[in-house]
Write a protein that binds this ligand. Structure first.
Ligand code: COA
Length: 346
């Protein structure tokens, strides 16, 4: 059996905050942010919006796309939702930390009533990991056929807007893909050449302190009567994360290319986690991969963590840049520190 992507979607808040607007509030400049990261703006959710709101909107788009494009033309979005067997939400910014899973809230919003629902929390690597877990769950049970994998983030609510070394980096948004398990073509063995072909996943927990949210978990819970301090926001050792990221992306791409016997021309494009254009450029330089091979949209959205890759996939899909049969590689890294990549035949 193969597990193919039959729909994509995204949801990004309307409010766009440019570098210039940030420079009016903190000691930074458009020139510094662009030259150090490639970021030009970020979209920020309003006070009442949580990750499940953006995640459900992106999920609905993915369901609608599959219907519009004829993959399941006979169904309405509500009917299609009922056929989804697995719902995975990747998020660093769950509506409620761990209880309940944000996936359950998305399930309720979307009417995906028959699906097992679960969150994946490996920060910016969550979508890459979620795709592999969803495909595995479809493959281990013959009766499971469809899965919705969503990356959804409202990072603006765990961002310290007075810390110029982190607040310039992040944005809000959600992306989604609808997966379908499809039978083997007669005469072909296994899932040769279709859908999700391969995933690499890894972690180096020795680096966890380089990117984390210090307060709110069981190590340092909020106490009654305590005044809110800066601890509920991301703290980061930027240089350490940068060095890890360049190495992780370089190694993951190299491993995938070598083990899957790929030449760079075999790939339509590489969709990296959209954290910093310099990280991608450094990895590309080491691997001698031309910059144009990497799809970057962080100029518009900044780093949306687990949403960045599915948002990019949806843009590529809807613009027609990705066509059936194209080979695409995702690659990413995140807090944990975690990393990974998927190889997908579109
Ligand atoms: N505007 C202006 N100056 C800034 C600034 C900002 N927004 N942020 C930091 N600076 C200053 C620093 O204070 C420092 O000044 P100093 O030399 O006077 O002390 C100088 O710029 C250089 O800071 P540094 O931290 O060395 O910059 P950098 O080149 O390492 O870039 C990051 C910082 C955060 C852009 C970079 O380290 C990075 O992208 N790391 C990875 C982060 C990441 O991807 N996180 C998410 C992972 S999923």
């Amino acid at each position: 059996m193969a597990v193919e992507i039959i729909g994509t979607g995204r949801a990004v808040p309307d409010r766009k905050v440019t570098n210039q607007e940030l420079a009016g509030r903190i000691d930074t400049s458009d020139e510094w942010i662009r030259s150090h990261t490639g970021i030009g703006a970020r979209h920020i959710a309003d006070e009442n919006t949580a990750s499940s709101d953006l995640g459900a909107a992106a999920g609905l788009q993915a369901l609608s796309w599959a219907i519009e494009k004829g993959a399941v033309a006979e169904l309405t979005p509500a009917e299609l939702a009922l056929t989804v067997d697995v719902l995975i939400v990747g998020s660093t910014t769950q509506d409620y930390y761990g209880c309940p899973a944000t996936a359950c809230i998305v399930q309720n919003k979307l009417g995906v009533k028959n699906a097992a629902a679960m969150d994946i929390t490996v920060a910016c690597s969550s979508f890459i990991c979620g795709l592999e877990i969803a495909a595995a769950l479809l493959n281990t049970e013959p009766r499971r056929r469809r899965a919705l994998v969503i990356g959804a983030e409202v990072l603006s609510k765990i961002t310290n807007w007075e810390d110029r070394s982190t607040c310039i980096l992040f944005g809000d948004g959600a992306g989604a893909v609808l997966l379908e398990k499809t039978p083997d073509n007669p005469g072909t063995a296994g899932n040769v050449g279709r859908g999700l072909l391969r995933t690499i996943l890894g972690a180096d927990g020795s680096g966890w302190e380089n990117l984390f949210v210090p307060r709110g978990g069981t190590r340092a819970p909020w106490k009654k009567g305590e005044t809110v301090d800066d601890g509920a926001t991301v703290v980061m050792n930027g240089q350490a994360v940068y060095n890890f990221a360049v190495g992780a992306i370089t190694d993951t791409i190299a491993k995938m290319m070598e083990e899957e016997h790929l030449e760079i021309d075999d790939l339509k494009c590489i969709v990296p986690h959209q954290a910093n254009a310099r990280i991608v450029q450094a990895a590309g330089k080491r691997l001698k991969i031309p910059e144009e091979k990497f799809y970057l949209n962080l100029e518009e959205y900044a780093n949306t963590s687990s949403a960045s890759i599915p948002i990019a996939l949806d843009e590529l899909n809807r613009s027609g840049a990705l066509q059936k049969g194209d080979l695409v590689m995702t690659v990413g890294f995140g807090a944990g520190l975690t990393y990974g990549g998927n190889l997908i035949r579109w």
